[in-house]
Write a protein that binds this ligand. Structure first.
Ligand code: ADE
Ligand code: ZN
Length: 334
């Protein structure tokens, strides 16, 4: 990307569709929350935390991610965490973001659902009012936990209000999606959207299962789809959005480096690719850096930057009039 294109990328209105709010917890905030809430961590300073950001695979990352979530205790903590991410959105011209959160982890740490959701909602309201940053919330179920109790959790969240959909995350290997079929059917009956992580570390069959057994509308990651030509053809024909996260895939060993990432091939295959940051505090950068560095590594064109933004507008769950507005604002750039 040349300098002018980088400037246009920075300025253009962007959308993020794959972001775990807990994965935006930067080391400075982690340490201050740990001190405030008297949680002992095996790290004394920011450098020690950053030194722990060397991951072999998804599980090695999740071990640290869940350890860090213990430090989120109060409504104020969730508010501060979410507001900090939404401030990043303001600074990067991310005008709309659909954020994930992992309530089962927080419940296990003694944080009621109403507490985490109230903190997140307060920050969403403030970011919208103060900065015009629009956002939505997706409740993720952790696939390596039992499905029991997830429908009750879903109903509790619905009573509180504020979620637009459900997702499926956490350790993918040996955890196919089908176990959550009834939960996702219940979400559908409630009029909620459905997405699932699939084909991050798991095989293409998990992507198929997420589509057919969970009725998902998007696939989070999905990079292993290329191993199955039949699946690629289906994803292309149905234009199922993929929320690809290049920094994440490299940080967790899916690809040796950005040059080896398959996102160029996913785009060439006619798939509805979007670019996202996943857990930006842990993986080395937010949305704009993910796009810019990936485009440089793979020699992708500026038109393809516009294409992935259009794909994100098409694939997001905002209302039709908001999508039209986003299209109009984007049209200035290409
Ligand atoms: N939770 C947070 N980040 C995740 C990822 N990349 N894959 C699965 N679960 C996650
Ligand atoms: Zn993710």
């Amino acid at each position: 990307m040349n300098t002018l294109e980088k400037k246009k990328l920075a300025e253009m209105p962007k959308i993020e569709l794959h972001l775990h709010i807990e994965g935006s917890l930067e080391p400075e905030m982690l340490l201050s929350l740990a001190e405030k809430n008297q949680i002992s961590l095996p790290y004394n300073d920011v450098d020690a935390v950053r030194a722990a950001y060397r991951f072999r695979d998804l599980q090695s990352f999740l071990n640290l991610y869940y350890l860090a979530t213990q430090c989120l205790k109060t409504e104020q903590d969730f508010y501060a965490l979410t507001l900090a991410y939404l401030r990043h959105c303001r600074d990067e011209n991310i005008v709309y973001t659909e954020m994930f959160f992992d309530p089962q982890t927080h419940l296990e740490h003694g944080v009621p659902l109403a507490v985490s959701m109230a903190g997140i909602a307060a920050a969403q309201g403030e970011a919208e009012r103060e900065w015009g940053v629009d956002s939505a919330l997706i409740l993720c179920f952790e696939r390596d936990r039992p499905a029991e109790g997830t429908i009750a959790l879903l109903k509790d969240a619905e009573k509180i209000g504020g979620i637009i959909g459900v997702g499926l995350d956490s350790a993918e290997r040996n955890h196919p999606p089908a176990k959550f079929a009834a939960t996702f059917a219940a979400a559908r009956a409630l009029g909620l959207h459905r997405v699932a992580h699939a084909g991050e570390e798991g095989p293409p069959e998990y992507i198929l299962e997420a589509l057919d057994k969970l009725g998902v509308e998007r696939i989070d990651h999905g990079v292993r789809a290329l191993e199955s030509p039949e699946l690629v053809e289906r994803l292309r024909a149905e234009q199922i959005p993929l929320t690809v996260c290049p920094f994440s895939n490299v940080a967790l060993g899916g690809f040796g480096n950005l040059q080896q990432h398959n996102v160029a091939r996913l785009l060439e295959s006619g798939l509805k690719v979007t670019i996202n940051s996943d857990d930006p505090a842990y993986f080395g950068g937010y949305l704009t850096a993910n796009i810019s560095d990936t485009w440089d590594a793979l020699g992708l064109s500026f038109e393809q930057t516009i294409q992935v933004q259009k794909n994100a507008i098409d694939g997001c769950f905002a209302q039709a009039h908001k999508k039209r507005e986003m299209y109009e604002k984007l049209s200035v750039y290409g």
